[in-house]
Structure formats: structure tokens, C-alpha cells
Design a protein around this ligand. Structure first.
Ligand SMILES: *Cc1c(COP(=O)(O)O)cnc(C)c1O
Length: 229
């Protein structure tokens, strides 16, 4: 058990935290209304512990297998970790994902909704859920198409008894992210959903200005990743 009596500052984390609070203020939003998901994919436990030692508890990973290699131990060493899955989930990994993650941000198809509902019952654990929206309508990208979100959210509620907390998106790399953030916010609003996961290292301040409640930031905290994921 690691008992941190005092938080040890972490440069990347402090810088990004300060920028998030600044962006909140500039947008006229309440302090701490935006939560920072520290995206630790590709980084090992030795790089993650200093961020935990600094007092941070919300983390994001995009692969189930990789997460299983580091988070069970980190979660037993640090109380209060909130671990988000932000990458695609195959149904054959649903059981492991439900056992480990506290929030699954990538619910993107009816079959996964059905399997998750069954798995919640079987495992006895209920991670919070976000629906991933393919705001750019890109063929190679996961997510529900914008005009199908209302129906999908309703299907999750009525057919599978799932509670959807919010929406997440990953805008196309070559387009103005702000347009996608605004679209996501409007879809969330008309569905009565409070949480919006949007914005990464390059554009999280824009996302805060447009209503993000979670921003997902990796490289600005941990440094550049060795290989793109
Ligand atoms: C990797 C990743 C991030 C973080 O990206 P950075 O540019 O390093 O901040 C955010 N969201 C998702 C879905 C990711 O896969």
C-alpha cells in the first residue's frame, strides 16, 4: 500500500490542470466542472505512479489487455482510482473490461449494449457508460452516427436497462475540432445527457469552451508516446 502523506508535484500534470482551470474560468464555467482524464496508454506503471503520487485519480486507457497488465496492481496500491476505457471494446473482452474499468466511454453498437447489460449482471459491477459518436461520419472510425444517437440511447435504456451518462467523440484529424464538439454538445442536450467527453492534448481548451465535462489528455501530461496508438 502506497501511502502518500503529501502530494509530490508532477510537471506535466500541474501544467495541464492549470490550463484546464484557466479554460474553465475563461468560459465562465464553475471551477472543477471539467474533469481531467490522464490518458496513460503505452506508458508503464513507473510513469503512472508519479501522477498518482501527485494526487490524480482519473485515468484513461484504450486497450483492455494492456490495462490488465498494470491497473489491477495500481488500483490496489492507490485508493479511489477512476479508470476509463476510451478505446474500442470487443465483446469477447467485455467481462474483463467490466471487472476493471469504472467507466466505459466507447459504447458504440447494439450488440455491445446487449453484452454489457448481461455482463453487468454476471459480474455484479456496473461501470458508467458513455456512447461514442462518430461525429465526422468516418467509415473507418467507431461510433454511432449522429442521426442515430437518439434512437440508440433510447434502445440502451428501454431494451437493455442501461443508464447512459454522456457522449464522447474523437473528431477527424483534418477538421476543425470545434464543429464536432458543438455537434456532440447539441446531441447530448436534446437527449438530456449531462456528460461530454471531448478534447485531447491539442484541443482540450476548445472543448472546455464548448461544454466538455471530461477532457482526455495523454501526451501533454506524460510526454510523447513512443509509437502512435
Ligand atoms: C490517445 C487518446 C487520447 C489522448 O491523446 P493525446 O493527444 O495524447 O492527448 C484521447 N482520447 C483517445 C480516445 C485516445 O485514444
Amino acid at each position: 500500500m502506497t501511502v502518500a502523506s503529501q502530494n509530490e508535484p508532477h510537471d506535466g500534470l500541474s501544467t495541464v490542470e492549470a490550463r484546464v482551470r484557466d479554460a474553465e474560468t475563461r468560459a465562465g464555467r464553475p471551477k472543477n466542472s471539467v474533469r481531467l482524464v490522464a490518458v496513460s496508454k503505452t506508458f508503464g506503471a513507473e510513469a503512472i505512479r508519479p501522477v498518482l503520487d501527485a494526487g490524480h485519480r482519473i485515468f484513461g486507457e484504450n486497450r483492455v489487455q494492456e490495462s490488465l497488465s498494470k491497473w489491477p496492481e495500481l488500483k490496489s496500491d492507490y485508493v479511489g482510482v477512476d479508470l476509463h476505457l476510451i478505446g474500442p471494446l470487443q465483446t469477447n473482452k467485455a467481462k474483463e473490461a467490466v471487472g476493471l474499468f469504472d467507466c466505459i466511454q466507447t459504447l458504440d453498437r447494439p450488440k455491445l449494449a446487449r453484452v454489457l447489460a448481461q455482463t453487468f449482471d454476471a459480474v455484479g459491477r456496473t461501470p458508467r457508460l458513455f456512447v461514442q459518436v462518430n461525429t465526422g461520419e468516418e467509415e473507418q472510425k467507431a461510433g454511432i452516427m449522429p442521426d442515430a444517437v437518439d434512437g440508440f440511447v433510447e434502445e440502451c435504456r428501454s431494451d437493455y436497462g442501461l443508464t447512459i451518462e454522456g457522449l464522447m467523440c474523437i473528431p477527424p484529424v483534418d477538421e476543425e475540432a470545434a464543429l464536432h464538439f458543438s455537434l456532440l454538445a447539441s446531441i447530448a442536450e436534446r437527449n438530456g445527457l449531462d456528460e461530454l467527453s471531448m478534447g485531447m492534448s491539442a484541443d482540450f481548451e476548445t472543448a472546455v469552451a464548448l461544454g466538455a465535462t471530461y477532457v482526455r489528455v495523454g501526451s501533454a501530461i506524460f510526454g510523447e508516446r513512443a509509437k502512435p496508438v
